[in-house]
Design a binder for this molecule. Sequence first.
Ligand code: NAD
Length: 479
Amino acid sequence: MTLPDTRRFYIDGAWVDASDRTTQDVINPATGAVVTRVALATAADVDLAVAAAKRALRTCAATTMAERKAMLLRLRDAYQARIDDIAAAITQELGAPKDLARNGQAAAVLGKIDAFIAAADHVQLNERLDTGQRILRQPVGVAALIAPWNWPLHQIILKVGAALAAGCPMVLKPSEMTPMSASIFAEVMAAADLPRGMFNIIHGDGAGAGAPLCAHPDVAMISFTGSTAAGEAIARAAAPGFKRVALELGGKSACLVFSDADLEAAMTAILKKAFNNSGQNCNAPTRILVERAAYEQAIAAARKVAETWSLGWPDQPGPHIGPVANARQYAHVRAMIESGIKCGARIVAGGLDVPQGFEKGCFVAPTILADVTNDMPVAVQEIFGPVVVMIPFEDEDDALSIANDSDYGLAAYVYTAARDRAERMIAGLDAGMVLVNGADIAPGSPFGGVKRSGIGREGGVFGIEEFMELKLVAEPQPC
Ligand code: NAD
């Protein structure tokens, strides 16, 4: 793979040098090697990118939905042509194992583009109400898109695809940890032949590039995915101008397992969601609550499933787990496991010992901690690594009160054979999404959470409408 140029930005339809020569190393978390360097944008680069987007506003807003769909189709073709390069970049910058990078991380983007193409037909740009008056749905304006590193392009397409379908010009700031896949994505966008200035990308960190982008007076909307702490800072930055915000933040999703569930099937599905991508999934079922009568049996089933998961090198094919994404994340995940052990949790699998041969990179063994109570830091704080906790509950009320005793409310999971009980849990759980008995979220579904997991939804029609403003039109009715 030829390394993409992560020192230049794509602004106003051209590749431009960063205004400042400061760069940051991009490090392969499996080896510790510096893969490349990324330029760090300053407020001056932000100004150029926002100005280009602002100039494109009228042209973008005037595009028809058919034209926007045609852009999404061109984007799809251009993306498909670069999908192997993108997967290779994700393996190097994130440490995602080869098969996960290609068939999970990179491939998921195509499903999301398809879902936006399908959703475009359901967005009513000019809707007549029962009163005879009309509602226009118009692009909200210049959109600032800020993305995290964990599913770097998947999180980016949820924003770029929606902004494009809504007719918004945009400035994307990907994570400074994963700029290579983002720069290839920018090449893909350049090949998709959009109106000049509709798509702009700058690289940089939160303080130097993200903050001035969010504070820019010509930005009308901020779509952010990342940590709850940064989300809070962004909501504050948006307040003075009453900018629209869509915030997809952290999670500590509860998973209720009742004794009538098929425990082995449940644990297989739960741990796949929790360990996949080294556990760096915002909606991972990381708090496994099990009905007391089945608790020890569930722990035994979880141990058996955990034995089927192993660590492995990212450049090798196979279903193994790679390292966590960076040294900061590695230190945080290990500190959380240590804190669980100190609080008296029982190690069912994994722990602080790393299998031989993996001591040098950011590898964390898939870890299960049992006998956890909901007041321990491991039960309440987001770990964002391959670590789950298991907590017993007595009955439905107890299950709901433990599950909802959380700052977060992204996803929740229920495993039970009883349909009426599942319905009661669905109604009672504080979460943006409830997944029952292993069912998954279809592309185009509204993805997002409540409480400190954020505001707004991404994906499909709901995601597109986040980028649109309603305009009521009242006019004399024809006789
Ligand atoms: P992060 O908050 O550190 O960074 C995310 C992005 O925000 C980066 O591009 C960063 O440069 C930028 N940023 C940081 N501070 C900023 C500021 N003050 N102003 C503007 N931009 C700023 O998060 P991360 O470590 O990259 O990602 C992990 C987090 O993302 C986890 O908490 C995870 O749960 C969350 N996440 C949530 C979802 C979801 O859909 N809810 C999806 C994926 C990840």
